[in-house]
Design a protein around this ligand. Structure first.
Ligand code: DX5
Ligand code: ZN
Length: 226
């Protein structure tokens, strides 16, 4: 299982240095949480395409950037994130009307396409699109802020997607990646790795006042391997 940092809990005045530290620690994928002040329950605003463009310029072409869109109008605004330089756009199934059209627009623009669901949304909303998806993201917190507690009850959703993806791969289909986001720390990283997660987003577990990103990452990686 690989780890990607969410920069949500970073000191934004020192974001460049934080990203450099993550890359020096061995990170090659960064998760960008976009909230528009409307879609998440607590109405948070985080950042948008302008900041993402600066991040792309700083990290160069080698680092993989995904953007997790927690916005009301992903079907109207997705192109701004593509133009800002992301490699993968992940849209909430609860927030869009025509997932098939969005997926095909993203692919035609040369980027990867992902869908994400909230802890209380049924897997049946996403499964019909699985064969066209590069990534499925299962939220293990209600989106809105970093530092929330992990919800272990999402296990069943993860296992449903894991077996559907494995079946798809065995039939020669797309190698869709399975990601989890919210409340992942060293104490539960091994658990979600055993559920069959490919990539875990870690925010406050990596960027905090307890240790450096490199120390925190080492702790999580050794927890996964034990
Ligand atoms: C939640 C976001 C996250 C999350 C990760 O709305 O999508 O990516 O903040 O942060 P931690 O790991 O602190 O839960
Ligand atoms: Zn996220």
């Amino acid at each position: 299982m690989r780890i990607t940092p969410s920069i949500l809990t970073a000191d934004f005045t020192r974001l460049g240095e934080t990203i450099d530290s993550a890359i020096n620690a061995g990170i090659d994928w960064i998760h960008l949480d976009v909230m528009d002040g409307n879609w998440v329950v607590n109405r948070t605003i985080t950042f948008g395409p302008a900041l993402i463009r600066s991040i792309r310029e700083r990290v160069g072409p080698e680092i993989f950037l995904d953007c997790h869109l927690m916005v009301t109008n992903a079907e109207e605004t997705w192109k701004q994130y593509v133009d800002a330089g992301v490699d993968l756009v992940i849209a909430h199934i609860e927030a869009i009307e025509d997932p098939g059209a969005l997926i095909s627009n993203l692919h035609s623009s040369g980027v990867k396409a992902g869908l994400v669901l909230n802890p209380d949304t049924d897997t049946s909303t996403i499964l019909p699109y699985l064969s066209d998806l590069d990534l499925v993201l299962v939220m293990s917190v209600v989106p809105g802020k970093g530092g929330q507690s992990f919800m272990p009850e999402v296990e069943e959703k993860v296992r449903t997607f894991r077996s559907a993806i494995d079946k798809q791969k065995a039939n020669g289909g797309r190698e869709t990646l399975l990601m989890i986001d919210g409340g992942i720390k060293s104490h539960n990283a091994n658990l979600v790795a055993n559920w069959g997660i490919d990539i875990a987003v870690v925010g406050s577990g990596l960027i905090n006042n307890k240790g450096t990103i490199s120390e925190n990452l080492d702790e999580i990686i050794s927890a996964i391997n034990n």
